[in-house]
Every structure is written in structure tokens, then in C-alpha cells.
Design a protein around this ligand. Structure first.
Ligand SMILES: C[S@@+](CC[C@H](N)C(=O)[O-])C[C@H]1O[C@@H](n2cnc3c(N)ncnc32)[C@H](O)[C@@H]1O
Length: 219
């Protein structure tokens, strides 16, 4: 087994040489619209966007901020593990520990039949009442994000979404199909669904990572 001291200096050298030898250059300047996706609808549009590529949080409880705490610390965004709370509070809901009781009071703005069926099944079979609440909140936040995004989009913009489905309490949650149904009413028409990877979950069901391709037209 190798220690980090053996591996890291060489890796850093490799990365630095890759950066030095990269011939690619951008023809346009890039700019940050907002650091929090939840605020996308509150920011005035500057240039309209023709193409969006996004990999939103998966509905599987991944704690993205804990997983990247080393990078956050290195970039001086956090000093101690306690500071992770700040980011957790801003994150899109994707895990059971993100769920707050008041989510139960949220109005369900989404019109997805598939979501309604999935929530009913979860309410009957979940071992923890926070699970259906988490699922409801996830799609509500996704709806809000894609609604906010519309003010920044050109007519006929291409939207590519990388997403995976999940299983909670043996209930399959077809995240990609629910998402497609949820944002259809906002003007996002699904053109293609490409399966990127399949894997077998602990209960033997197949879950997938897929790429969804949409075209946006103003409603
Ligand atoms: C499936 S991962 C995609 C990672 C990305 N493709 C990358 O290579 O860095 C989902 C990402 O969404 C980020 N995220 C969660 N809540 C967010 C928010 N409110 N605003 C912006 N990003 C958020 C997570 O930190 C995580 O990096």
C-alpha cells in the first residue's frame, strides 16, 4: 500500500503539467450567474443562454459538502467541520438528513402524476416519514430551479441533464421520468433519454444513470 506522501507530489506534478500543456482556449469570457442554484430566478439575466449542461444532486443522500470538505478547506471556504453546516443549509434537498418538518406544509406545485403515485407508495411503505417529505421537497426544488432558469434561456435552448434514479424502502423512484414530467409544463420538452450506466441495487432492482435531452420553448 502506498502512502499519500508517495502519491500526492507526483499527482500534483501531473496535474500541473496537464494545465501547462493544455492548448484549449475559450473564445468567450465566462461569468458566474449565482453561486446558489436556488437563487437563479432572482438574478437579472444578462446574456441569454443557448445550452445548459447540468448534473443536479441525485436523490440518494449523498452529502456533497462532506465529500468535498478537503477541497473546501484547501480553498479556505471552511476552517472546521462545523462550517459545513452553512453549505448544508444552502444545498438542494437530496438526503434524509436535509429534511425539515416544515417541508410538510409546502404546497405541491408540480403536476406530475408519476410523482403523486410514488409519494403515495412511499407514504404506505416508508420506515421513516421523512422519506416521502424528502422526495416531495426534492422535486419542488427542482421545479423551482427550472422555473427560475427559464428567464435566462433563449428560445429553443438545449438542456442536458445527467441524473440517476433511486430506491427507498424498496420503492423505486424514477427520478428522471418524474423530473421530465415535472418540468414539461414549464416548456422543457424531452427529446431523448440515453442510459449511461446501469447497476444493481442492494434489493436486486436495476438503477440507472441517464442523460436527458430537452429543448426549451417559452410558454
Ligand atoms: C451530482 S453532483 C454534480 C457534480 C458536478 N458534475 C461536478 O463535477 O462537480 C451535484 C452538485 O450539486 C451541488 N449543489 C447542491 N446544492 C446546490 C445549490 N443550492 N447550488 C449549487 N450547487 C448545488 C453539489 O455540491 C454537487 O456538487
Amino acid at each position: 500500500m502506498k502512502s499519500i506522501v508517495d502519491v500526492l507530489p507526483k499527482k500534483i506534478k501531473d496535474i500541473s503539467s496537464d494545465v501547462d500543456n493544455c492548448n484549449y482556449f475559450l473564445t468567450h469570457k465566462h461569468s458566474l450567474i449565482t453561486e446558489n442554484a436556488k437563487d437563479i430566478g432572482k438574478v437579472s439575466p444578462v446574456n441569454l443562454i443557448s445550452d445548459v449542461i447540468t448534473s443536479p444532486p441525485y436523490l440518494n443522500g449523498t452529502n456533497y459538502f462532506r465529500n468535498t470538505k478537503l477541497e473546501l478547506w484547501f480553498l479556505k471556504h471552511i476552517k472546521t467541520e462545523m462550517d459545513l453546516r452553512y453549505f448544508r443549509d444552502k444545498a438542494l434537498t437530496s438526503g434524509i438528513n436535509d429534511v425539515k418538518r416544515e417541508y410538510g406544509l409546502l404546497p405541491n406545485k408540480t403536476q406530475s402524476q408519476l410523482l403523486k403515485q410514488t409519494l403515495q407508495e412511499l407514504e404506505q411503505r416508508s420506515y421513516d416519514s421523512r422519506i416521502p417529505l424528502m422526495v416531495k421537497c426534492y422535486f419542488q426544488e427542482m421545479y423551482n430551479f427550472f422555473q427560475g432558469l427559464t428567464i435566462h434561456l433563449r428560445q429553443e435552448a438545449n438542456i442536458l441533464i445527467d441524473i440517476g434514479d433511486s430506491i427507498f424502502s424498496n420503492v423505486h423512484i424514477p427520478t428522471d421520468l418524474i423530473l421530465a414530467e415535472t418540468i414539461d409544463v414549464l416548456g422543457y420538452a424531452l427529446n431523448e433519454r440515453i442510459v449511461l450506466r446501469n447497476r444493481t441495487s442492494r434489493n436486486g432492482q436495476t438503477i440507472s444513470q441517464v442523460l436527458l435531452k430537452f429543448t426549451y420553448s417559452k410558454r
